[in-house]
Design a binder for this molecule. Structure first.
Ligand code: 5GP
Ligand code: ZN
Length: 112
């Protein structure tokens, strides 16, 4: 399977990795939309968050725990946004599920 985030997990595509756990890898987004913009991905390939939750619930929980640890390490323990775009119509462009961690600026609601 030709998957960009599987290649980042494997170390075959370079990325600025901030944090790793048994089941997850966190790295900076190449096109940041906030001062902190980190992607947390499961090491194992799942197309979206629902498939991850169904296939490996512990990895799903670890994704959120890792996101909280990353936000805290970036200096934003209390105020950050987690986003899981699911489907092309909702803005998903990489079909290896990834949790966006955004922090460090005002974040409007509702999102665009
Ligand atoms: P999506 O639109 O699927 O929710 O998010 C995909 C994210 O992956 C985008 O924010 C995009 O900037 C990021 N991205 C795309 N290609 C790369 C890459 O090669 N390296 C990194 N670090 N991020 C990438
Ligand atoms: Zn993948």
């Amino acid at each position: 399977m030709d998957c960009l985030f599987c290649k980042i997990v494997a170390g075959d595509v370079p990325a600025e990795v901030l944090h790793t756990t048994e089941r997850t890898v966190a790295f900076r987004d190449v096109d940041p939309q906030a001062p902190t913009h980190v992607l947390v991905v499961p090491r194992e390939h799942f197309a979206n968050a629902a498939e991850l939750a169904a296939g490996d619930p512990e990895a799903s929980a670890e994704l959120v725990r890792t996101a909280a640890a990353v936000a805290a390490a970036e200096g934003h323990p209390d105020d950050y946004r987690l986003v899981l775009n699911t489907g092309a119509g909702a803005g998903q462009t990489v079909f290896h599920t990834h949790l966006h961690v955004l922090a460090g600026r005002e974040l409007a609601w509702p999102p665009g």
